[in-house]
Structures are given as C-alpha cells and as structure tokens.
Ligand binder design. Structure first.
Ligand SMILES: Cc1ncc(COP(=O)(O)O)c(C=O)c1O
Length: 386
C-alpha cells in the first residue's frame, strides 16, 4: 500500500515557480489545437541531415567530458561570431547548457534571499522563475514599443530600489515582440554604471532579426557592466541545450565555479556539432532561411490581425523573433480558455508578469504554427470578441 508523505520541500520552492510553464505545456499537449502558445522553433529549421553527417565525422573528444567553461574550439567559434561586434577576451566567455542555465548561474552567483532584481515586464517566464527560485524580490519596469522604459527604471532607482541585477531581452522581446531603441541602450548602460548593477542581456532572438542588423548589443557597448546570455536553441535546435555567457572576467569565473556543481560541463557532443556547423558556414545559411521563414509567418499573422480583429484590439509589430503581444478589451485568461474551446491556443498575459498584471494581454507566437492555419486561427480568435 502506498504511504503518503508530507515531504519537507525547501522554502524556496514555495515561490510558485513552475506552474506557469506546466500550464503552457499542458495547452500544447492537444495536437488538434491551432497553437499560438509555445515559443518553440519550427521543426522545419532543424538541420537533421547536416547534423547526421557531422555525427559521423566527430572524434572521441565529442563523447568525453568537457572543461566547465566549454571546449576551447567551441568557445573560439562562439567568440568569432560575437567578434563581429566585439571579440570576448579569454576568460570573458563560457559555454552553458542553454540560455536558461546562464540565467540560473547568474542568479546562483549573485542572489541572496530578498535581493532586488529588476525585470522589464512583461518578460520571459523562465527568467522570473530563475530569480524567484533564489528568493529574490522581483521588481517590474514597463515596456513600450521601444522596449524597456528606461525613464521608469531611473525613477525606480531614484526612489531607492537598489537592484543587483537588471534583466532585459533587447531584441524581439519575449513576449512583447519589441526592440530596445539604441538611445535607450546608452541610457541603460549609464544607469548601470551610476548605480552599480549588472545588466543581464538575453539575446535569444537577436540573430533572428528579419531585416538588417539590430542596434549594438549592450554587452558590446559596455562589457564592464553587462553579462550576455545567449542560446543556440532558436537558431540551431533546442534539443542540443547549448548557449553562452559573455561578461566581465571576474563574473564569468564565478559563473564557471557555480556550474561546477550544477552540470559540471555542457555536453561535448552538442558543443562539437555546433562548432562544426559554424565553421562550415552552415549557421549563416540556416539563419538566412530561418529569418525568411519567421518573417513570412509574422507578415501572415499581422495581415490576419489587421483584417480580422475588431476595433479596440492592439498588437505589437515584431521586426524579428517569434512573438506579438495583444491588448484586448476583455479578460485575457477567460479569453484564452474560450480560445481553447474553439481550437486555438494562446497564452494569457499574466504569466509574463511578476506581479499579476497583463490581465488584458495575450502572447501570440507565430514560430511553430503552420502557415496555412494562421488566418483561420486569427479569425477564430476575432470571433470571440464580436
Ligand atoms: C528570452 C528567452 N531566453 C531564454 C530562453 C531559453 O533558451 P534555452 O532553450 O537556451 O534555455 C527562451 C526560450 O523560450 C527565451 O524566450
């Protein structure tokens, strides 16, 4: 007979982290829904044949443990890509197991219970969860069409809030779909230097800018006060769990030390495959194809929103990435529930705030939905607002 235990889980598990992602994954579980829910890359971008070819060629080191900071060749390949803006010095770059691990390592290295972290809001749920799991107090600063409202951040700092970290996704923000304007980047760096906080810059969607180049990255502008968290999940494939952290050498050394007692090293096989993919120029070919695919989907979605949505609905216009953010004249959680009833999955906005706002917003992800279903999905959503 099963005995039921009253397990004594650690206090930090009571922050409520985790339920949100589970709810999203729950929605994704029904294959019959037209899903605008998950921020997953389109499987058509996955390099199955090329990776199969590379797996046949790699040597034994790819199957071995790797140094904690990452294989030298992989770091060199990532440094080469970053070097288009600024090449990190030896010691300023490490390989991580995805972007989320970089956020976890920063949190683990910096945050004591009750420490203040500022996030732009809405923001990536995984980041809120990472900061909360180290019992940080998470403050929210709003975004608009030009990204983080730096004036609102300045006002918060003037009121005496002293964050250790500020988290931002400057390009094609998750979930807002907006881009941080160049002049705000300069003002943000100025505040970080003045008040002594570390900017955590998440560049998950930076390489998926549809046209032209995004403004200079915060890390390239200010490598003294920025840690850049990067990922190959959206550009190579998420199953490889591979990312990077670039920042001041003392900070990276601390993150490497923190990684020693999480997973000790990121998988050598994935690192080796990514390095080869970069060296052969395949990543640039892939990026061109991925950008074109997501730009096409975004255009279809925006067209459908323009032709179907009633007055009173607003949305952001993404210039890259996977998302647009809708503002509705109705309660978003109820709307998401009714959307599921008519066969469409969207994520209610409250999940992306640390403080329960977003009650009139939903995130629409266009990355994975089949192009032929986008207009139908939007029409069904619009029908709920008649
Ligand atoms: C802004 C942002 N950062 C990080 C991640 C996670 O990246 P990874 O798969 O590398 O952990 C995501 C994935 O959805 C994301 O949207």
């Amino acid at each position: 007979m099963a005995v039921s235990h009253a397990w004594q889980f650690a206090e930090r598990t009571r922050a409520g982290a985790g339920d949100g992602i589970a709810a999203i994954l729950g929605l994704l579980g029904n294959p019959d829904l037209i899903s605008f829910a998950g921020g997953f890359p389109d499987p058509r971008t996955f390099p199955r044949d090329r990776v199969a070819e590379l797996v046949r060629e790699v040597d034994a080191n790819a199957f071995q443990y790797a140094p904690t900071q990452g294989l030298a060749g992989t770091r060199d390949a990532v440094a080469g890509r970053l070097g288009r803006e600024r090449r990190p010095d030896e010691g300023e770059l490490m390989i991580t197991s995805g972007g989320i691990e970089a956020l976890e390592l920063v949190s683990k290295s910096f945050l004591d219970r009750g420490d203040a972290v500022v996030v732009e809001a809405p923001t990536y749920l995984g980041a809120i969860m990472a900061f909360r799991s180290f019992e940080a107090e998470v403050h929210a600063v709003p975004i608009d069409d030009d990204g983080l409202e730096v004036d609102a951040l300045a006002a918060l700092l003037e009121r005496g809030v002293r964050p250790k970290l500020l988290y931002t996704i400057p390009e094609h923000q998750n979930p807002g779909g907006v881009l941080l304007a160049a002049e705000r980047r300069a003002a943000l760096v100025e505040l970080a230097r003045r008040y002594g906080f570390l900017i955590v810059e998440d560049v998950a969607y930076r390489e998926l800018t549809f046209d032209g180049a995004p403004p200079e990255s915060l890390w390239s502008m200010a490598p003294d006060v920025v840690v850049q968290a990067g990922t190959t999940s959206k550009t190579f494939f998420p199953g490889v769990r591979l990312g990077w952290a670039a920042g001041p050498a003392e900070v990276i050394a601390q993150l490497v030390s923190a990684k020693q007692n999480t997973d000790q090293c990121s998988g050598a096989l994935g690192q080796t495959l990514y390095e080869a993919y970069v060296r052969r120029g395949w990543i640039d070919e892939q990026l061109a194809a991925s950008r074109a695919l997501y730009a096409r989907k975004a255009a279809l979605l925006l067209d459908a929103l323009r032709s179907s949505m009633p007055a009173g609905v607003m949305w952001t216009t993404p210039r890259g990435g996977f998302f647009t953010w809708l503002t509705l004249p109705v309660d978003a959680t109820d709307f998401a529930r009714r959307a599921a009833d008519v066969g469409v999955a969207v994520v209610p906005g409250a999940l992306f705030y640390p403080d329960g706002r977003g009650e009139n917003n939903v995130r629409i992800s266009f990355s994975m939905v089949d192009e032929s279903l986008i207009a139908t999905g939007v029409e069904r959503l619009a029908s709920l607002l008649d």
